[in-house]
Write a protein that binds this ligand. Sequence first.
Ligand code: TXA
Ligand code: MG
Length: 317
Amino acid sequence: MEITSNPTQNEIKRAAKALKDGHLVAFPTETVYGLGADATNEKAISRIYSVKGRPTNHPLIVHISSIGQLHKWAIDIPDYAIKLAKKFWPGPMTLILKRSDLAKDYVTGGQDNVALRVPNQPVALSLLSEFELLGGQGVAAPSANKFGAVSPTSAKAVKDEIGNLLKIEDLILDGGQSLVGIESTIIDCTKGGPTVLRPGAITYKMIKGLLGYIKNEKYAQIRVSGQFKSHYSPKAIVLLDTKPEPGDGFIAQAEILTPTGVIRLATPIDIDMFARDLYAALRLGDDKNLSRIVVYTPEGDGLSAAIRDRLEKAKSK
Ligand code: TXA
Ligand code: MG
């Protein structure tokens, strides 16, 4: 496994070829780093599951270079989904659509629908275009972390997470820090109207602003949406909105001072920075072998709600 920093066009071409040959390529996106494989290669996909230690009924997101590729993977696409794609792609949004024959059970977890995204990151877009030039159809990529752990937002975090499980022919492309920092908004477009399954940087307000409505708006008010017991979790115990003790790690917005003896892990000055730096800060806590990390959660809707969603899942129960 090789890490290629700020890859040139030729290096990206080589990575596209590696994908086509059935190898894994971890690559940057604006949300988090993905662990990519040819979405039509069952053997390559099975390696994603074994590297991540992820149950095979958990479906993968197929990444494509543009909205033009959408019809290869999806059928019966509702008008509102096209509107969303035109407005927010490339960007931190994943659409769930009825699958075409190309989307096999090994990508969709046996479901009749498929998740699709056009990421907004130059290395990712270039990789996807080069892959399509080689005859590729799309790149299946979950976040490049072990199942249940914190998503990586840098190439180094990918290496720390799964580097030892990658083979010599696999690659990691380093495109710098992920600028959004939390995973894409997932919108189910198979239920007669847009239904947000995972909140993210494309917010309820933005979706409603474009379409005039959203199906599960009530859900937007819910603070907790934990599906799995531990997800997005560092090794340290994560505590929310309680007073940190000396020796604890601490993540809070800049205006909140660090109590004596507490180890500050991030000092975001606004919500965008909070999202961008959160996962790196949780990882830093683990690197420092801290046993507890206290986070003061941001208030409000939009990206703040998405941050709280992840932290509620990371929280030690
Ligand atoms: O920002 C992101 O979405 C990143 C980057 C790499 O694109 N990817 C990502 O993938 O977060 P992953 O696999 O870590 O999370 C995708 C989530 C999973 O919880 C999966 O169950 C859900 O999307 N998902 C995928 N396909 C689905 C489908 N057809 N129906 C419902 N949920 C689906
Ligand atoms: Mg993930």
